[in-house]
Design a protein around this ligand. Structure first.
Ligand code: PLP
Length: 374
């Protein structure tokens, strides 16, 4: 065998995630590993919780990072909240809404879908009509920022409607957290999950999650055991509910260094300020949209429903999708994303997430695309 150390090139990551990671966050990863029950590590985890509460805009005691990617955060919500036979209204306007439905069915729930157009926000009136027909539904689930299409849904309005019908709300914020306005408590979100690798610009593999007191009550009143041992929140809630004085015990070995990185990236977000971060994403999106318009490239999503951090655009007529993306990667070390699901081969997804949402990336992307399309 002649295997040597892996030395990845330095790419500019403007796809659907992972996003670019700052040097400080990368440095945090390489700090000495300490035990995950070391008092110093436990203190750091308390800070991670406080920083996540800030990022989510919540006072929820159960706010933490699941030691696995966004899909595990999704699964954590469904596997803990939904019991067999319970009805969940799932809004589907892209790949990740469809993944939610899959989760509901795998835990034995009954998924009632609100089928929306791909590339559009979830329709509040369609949700309300469905709730009227299914007054026994216990949950409403939707994706705030559909990464597969670039559409932003109105989470505040959707949750307000769900609450009128007495439902617990489950929201996917994998791509929205840190990139667009999100207020868990004010918007009445009961269960929410995100991912470390998008607008938080941390390494992939961690999923911030938060549960409201109502969601916690629902979990505690279960009559059936949670099917997954690893994701069972009843086993880890006490760990997270207690602050420094509380007793922390072993559940699984935490990904110590990745959590240093999350701590650092959340600290950056805190220091920048949420509103400033949201405005930065919006500004960079405007600059990118202008540059794309100059190249004759069109957006899939109507302007009012667009995600600033994920720009889904039609591949111009006659242009070879793979050839252009390979050219950008090989000539400019620049990654943009391919279309997903119904948009495979028809769209590009250009990310402006977290540390990637900056002028130099916008300029590079427009210049590189211009050259590739000539
Ligand atoms: N939900 C949304 C909206 C996503 O964009 C993604 C990943 O792109 C996921 C869920 C799944 O996250 P992960 O790939 O980290 O498992």
């Amino acid at each position: 065998m002649s295997i040597s150390s892996f030395n990845p090139p330095r790419r500019t990551l403007m796809g659907p995630g992972p996003s670019d990671i700052s040097p400080q966050v990368l440095q945090a990863l390489s700090k000495p590993t300490i035990g995950h029950l070391d008092p110093l590590f436990v203190n750091m985890m308390d800070e991670v919780k406080s920083l996540l509460q800030y990022a989510f805009q919540t006072k929820n005691e159960i706010t933490m990072a699941v030691s696995a990617p966004g899909s595990a955060g999704m699964e954590t919500c469904f596997v803990n909240l939904v019991e067999p036979g319970e009805k969940v209204i799932v809004c589907i306007n892209g790949v990740f809404g469809a993944r939610m439905k899959e989760n509901v069915e795998r835990v034995g729930g009954i998924a009632i879908t609100v089928d929306g157009e791909w590339g559009r926000a979830v329709s509040p009136s369609q949700l309300e009509d469905t709730l009227k027909q299914h007054s026994d539904a216990k949950f409403v689930a939707f994706v705030h920022a559909e990464t597969s299409t670039g559409a932003l849904s109105d989470a505040q309005t959707l949750c307000a409607i769900a609450k009128q019908y007495g439902c617990i709300t489950i929201v996917d914020a994998v791509t929205s957290l840190g990139g667009v306005e999100l207020r868990v408590d004010d918007w009445q979100i009961d269960a929410i999950y995100s991912g470390s690798q998008k607008c938080l610009s941390c390494v992939p593999g961690l999923s911030p999650v938060s549960f409201s007191p109502s969601a916690v009550d629902k979990i505690k009143s279960r009559t059936t055991k949670v099917q997954s041992w690893f994701l069972d929140q009843t086993l880890v809630m006490d760990y997270w509910a207690n602050n420094s004085g509380g007793k922390r015990s072993y559940h699984h070995t935490a990904p110590v260094n990745s959590l240093y990185a999350l701590h650092e990236s959340l600290l950056h977000l805190y220091r920048e300020g949420l509103e400033t971060a949201w405005a930065r994403h919006a500004d960079q999106h405007q600059a990118l949209a202008q540059g794309l318009a100059d190249l004759g490239i069109e957006f899939i999503v109507p302007e009012a429903e667009r995600l600033p951090q994920l720009n889904a655009v039609y591949i111009p007529e006659g242009v070879d999708d793979v050839a252009v993306r390979s050219y950008l990667l090989n000539e400019f070390n620049l990654e943009i994303g391919a279309g997903l699901g119904a948009f495979a081969g028809k769209a590009w997804r250009i990310g402006l997430m977290g540390y990637s949402a900056k002028s130099e990336n916008v300029l590079l992307c427009i210049a590189a695309l211009k050259q590739a399309l000539n």
